[in-house]
Design a binder for this molecule. Sequence first.
Ligand code: NAP
Length: 267
Amino acid sequence: MALRLPLRAFGSTGMEVSAIQLGTVKIGRAAKLPYPDADGYVLPDDRTVGTLLETARELGVNSLDTAPAYGTAEARLGKLLGHAIHDMLVFTKTGEIFDGAASRYDFSAAHTRQSVQESLSRLGTDSLAGVALHCPSEDMESLTNSGALEELHRMKDEGHIRSVGASTTTLAGGLKAAELCDYVMVAFNAGYRDQEEVIRKAADMGRAVIVKKGFNSGNALDGNPRDAVRKHLKAIFGMPGVSCLALGTMNAAHLTECAQDLASLDP
Ligand SMILES: NC(=O)c1ccc[n+]([C@@H]2O[C@H](COP(=O)([O-])OP(=O)(O)OC[C@H]3O[C@@H](n4cnc5c(N)ncnc54)[C@H](OP(=O)(O)O)[C@@H]3O)[C@@H](O)[C@H]2O)c1
């Protein structure tokens, strides 16, 4: 029987996401990346991305993580998926503006609305599963002292987006995001458990959790990568409250192996 990823509740939103979500930085951005192969990284061609998206669909991946700060990722997803974008739960972000060399941040209400409208247009859809604050590493200010979250909640009430989130870095920021948002996006893997309390609090409050950097951006796959992947998956999905893992691969074989490894984990 064909391998299909299990669906998991996305907090209290009523949505269900596949255990693995496709992270899309490497589809659209070639500069300032954290990956071991970042030096000289060349964006994949349409055929490679198309194969990846087709493999994701076959495995039952039903959600995507993207962002305006991921260069051409949103536009490429819109173009390559076409009408099939409506079969995907698309999560994007707002607040980080990357000009190809450096990032600046704008969490004003006006920029937030414009950013979401531009994402909808690039992606070719009229509704997003979620929009998260794309917080800088000092994340508290953008969560508590800006108009962005309020504007996102307004856009949710208006029906443009189905959930509001924040991608955070600090423990305090993650805990605050769990109070204020429908979902949080935090780094977590077998060697980095600093955000465990955020995941627990989010679960207690009925919030969803997207794990990012599950393999430490590919920097924690030393030795036998497949064994390392299994170790990280076990740590991530051993945490009650994790909704899904955003996996930042450009390699269809890696995606398939990850789905197989997840299926082989002890329940
Ligand atoms: N601030 C934020 O909001 C934020 C920050 C970071 C990440 N994210 C999101 O989270 C996603 C995941 O994070 P991430 O991309 O930093 O890291 P990640 O998923 O931990 O790692 C991705 C890296 O691991 C490599 N990899 C994956 N499986 C592999 C395997 N079986 N063998 C060897 N290498 C493998 C990938 O290379 P291949 O392409 O060769 O597979 C890629 O370079 C991102 O795509 C993005 O959507 C958000």
